[in-house]
Design a protein around this ligand. Structure first.
Ligand code: APR
Ligand code: ZN
Ligand code: ZN
Length: 363
């Protein structure tokens, strides 16, 4: 089986192999034939130590495909169903699930992290975050897939599995952006562009898109941003749009201390700064004890778009069907799985929104 694997100690290298093996689905598990996988920054973060991950592992946590086998007791999907992989499944019974925060469920996620469904030359190979969509087939809990209509193209569906849900969900679920508000989004990869679209869907008046890469500033306008600016132009834009008071909402979609601090600074007194980017555990950010209470800003973390994947995946597909969420436009390129490393090289340059990996079958 073809797959892209991170070996562990060799830097940010996604190695391509064609000799991976995979277990059959156990009780409660399903086997998915992946038709399209999206390349997300978190896959790179797994390789450079930003996100903890046992190795070797098959990379990838964003993907869509078809159920090819189900294990004992599986009731929610059957062979032939088209599905999106939900990288953080909800068990339905733990305290987080019962509180109505299924995206914070860790029960199945932790089981998946510690189980090697893949192997190569007789040695176990994990899947990134318990997934591993950069492989022709993967095995996950039945809770880790969401059935979608057969007429949704796999590449469009794949994006919903992480980037779109993370970004649009941050705007609609975490921040609950109010119509008519002014928004600034830092970082215009797949996640940031999805946040721009989420703010547009919510009815934001001004959406300022911020990136260090020039081409991204123009790209963002296609998705509803009203302006694209470099980081050093945010203050000037804030003067023009908000009389210097600050934005109503900011979204940090990078994961760096300086941009998290900038996102906090960019909102007005009483405004909301949403931290979507996944940063390193040892990276520190300073806030002074006066500003935290005096400014009364809401500093919100956003994990997987605060989404209930069973509700939100279909909600985002419906928005796409209605022409209100541009998913095709987010696909910068399509590459074969053997070109996974090229995809990461392009991502590091910051010039692509989302890249799709395929396995030789139509995406
Ligand atoms: N200031 C502004 N923009 C920046 C900066 C900076 N200092 N550093 C990087 N960027 C831009 C890049 O140019 C790129 O356009 O941020 C964007 C990041 O995009 P991707 O690498 O494609 O990342 P994406 O997949 O969108 O993920 C963003 O969300 O889920 C998390 O782990 C993920 O932390 C990552 C973030
Ligand atoms: Zn992701
Ligand atoms: Zn749970």
């Amino acid at each position: 089986m073809r797959a892209a694997v991170f070996q562990g100690s060799n830097g940010e290298i996604a190695e391509y192999f064609d000799d991976l093996e995979i277990t059959d689905p156990g009780p409660g598990e399903v086997k998915v034939k992946i038709h399209a996988a999206g390349v997300c920054h978190s896959d790179l973060s797994a390789m450079n130590g930003t996100l903890p991950q046992p190795a070797p592992c098959v990379l990838g946590h964003e993907g869509a495909g078809e159920i090819v086998a189900v294990g004992q007791g599986v009731t929610t999907v059957t062979a032939g169903d088209h599905v999106i992989v939900a990288w953080n499944p909800a068990c339905g019974t733990c305290s987080n699930c019962r509180r109505g925060q299924p995206h914070l469920c860790v029960t199945i996620f932790m089981q998946g992290m510690g189980t090697a469904h893949f192997s190569r030359q007789g040695s176990p190979v994990f899947g990134f975050a318990g997934n591993g969509t950069f492989a022709e087939e993967m095995v996950v809990s039945e809770h880790g897939v969401v059935k979608i209509p057969d007429d949704v193209p796999y590449d469009v569906a794949a994006l919903v599995g992480c980037g779109v849900t993370t970004g649009v969900g941050a705007a609609l679920n975490t921040a609950k952006v109010e119509p008519g508000s002014n928004v600034v989004v830092y970082g215009l990869g797949g996640v940031g562009i999805a946040a721009v679209q989420g703010a547009r869907i919510a009815g934001a008046a001004e959406i300022v898109a911020v990136d260090t890469v020039e081409s991204k500033l123009k790209d963002a306008l296609r998705f509803g941003a009203t302006r694209g600016v470099k980081p050093d132009e945010v203050d000037k834009t804030n003067m023009e749009l908000n009389q210097g008071e600050g934005f109503d909402y900011s979204f940090e979609c990078i994961g760096l201390p300086q941009t998290i601090r900038a996102a906090y600074d960019a909102v007005r007194r009483g405004g909301t700064a949403v931290i979507v980017g996944a940063g390193r555990a040892e990276a520190m950010i300073e806030f002074n004890a006066f500003e935290l209470f005096f400014m009364e800003k809401r500093l919100l973390g956003s994990y997987y778009g605060s989404a209930d994947v069973r509700r939100d995946f279909l909600r985002f597909i419906n928005l796409w069907k209605a022409g209100r969420l541009d998913l095709e436009g987010m696909i910068s390129s399509r590459l074969d799985i053997s070109q996974a490393q090229e995809a990461f090289d392009a991502m590091k340059k910051g010039e692509v929104i989302r890249q799709i990996l395929t396995f030789g079958s139509p995406a």
